[in-house]
Design a protein around this ligand. Structure first.
Ligand SMILES: C[S@@+](CC[C@H](N)C(=O)[O-])C[C@H]1O[C@@H](n2cnc3c(N)ncnc32)[C@H](O)[C@@H]1O
Length: 226
């Protein structure tokens, strides 16, 4: 049984326990020979959850893409940052290094010539709309049909919110969206049905309402730990 708090003890980051467990569970489902791409690793909290899921099931590779210089909000908060050494130490300590391939680069560069079979992409890089939209376009096209994508901070940050809401409302290739705390998950398909499209619209309405409630929960209880 995966113990999120124990596995990620002393690892800085912003993931909730429910989010970490959901990443662990989806990583367990990825089939042998397929891979996971993570955009935005910071100090490795989400990578450790994915790595544990991989280790406990099909031992799939996780490509952890991050230039490790932080996003604009981190640079504003902490000044110049370099998380690469701490990331590697945390991954080693968690015993998942053999499943993790660190890619110290931007999402855009990493996507060029990336030709592995991606069954799951977890997007948690820069949160400005233009970057999340770019990440969406770069990786959605590379995820296999029947595969999954997930976006962190998907309702209380305007960038991930819009970059996921617009395709969810308009795309004929998305079905089965669901929300785990701030992560929006969905499946990529060859073609969705009319019912799937109705469900996608209903999900965005639900997420907007959940977002209002969740915003106050985050604001007054706080869930941010560096
Ligand atoms: C919110 S943090 C990721 C948190 C991490 N998933 C966790 O669980 O702790 C965002 C990360 O995105 C990275 N980042 C920023 N711009 C990026 C880009 N263009 N491509 C890939 N990663 C990027 C930053 O360096 C930062 O480490």
């Amino acid at each position: 049984m995966f113990d999120f708090n124990k596995a990620t003890e002393n690892v800085g980051g912003w993931l909730t326990e429910a989010e970490g467990l959901s990443l662990y569970n989806i990583a367990k489902k990825i089939k042998t020979g397929n891979v996971i791409v993570e955009v935005g690793s910071w100090k490795g909290k989400s990578t450790i959850c994915l790595g544990n899921g991989s280790r406990d099931a099909n031992k799939v590779k996780i490509f952890a893409v991050d230039p490790h210089i932080g996003s604009s909000e981190h640079q504003k908060m902490f000044g110049k940052v370099d998380t690469f050494e701490e990331f590697k130490q945390n991954i080693n300590k968690a015993g998942v290094a053999e499943y993790v391939e660190p890619v110290r680069d931007t999402s855009e560069n990493a996507a060029k010539n990336f030709n592995q079979k991606i069954e799951f992409a977890f997007i948690d890089g820069a949160h400005e709309y233009s970057f999340v939209k770019l990440d969406f376009n770069l990786w959605f096209s590379k995820v296999m049909n029947g595969g999954f994508l997930a976006f962190h901070d998907s309702w209380h940050f305007i960038g991930p919110n819009l970059a996921t809401a617009i395709p969810l409302l308009t795309s004929s290739r998305i079905k089965n969206p669901r929300l785990v705390d701030t992560i929006t998950y969905f499946e990529k398909v060859e073609r969705n049905s009319f019912l799937n499209r109705l469900e996608n619209i209903g999900f965005i309405i639900y997420r907007t309402l959940f977002g209002i409630r969740g915003f106050f929960r985050l604001k007054y209880q706080g869930s941010r730990v560096i």
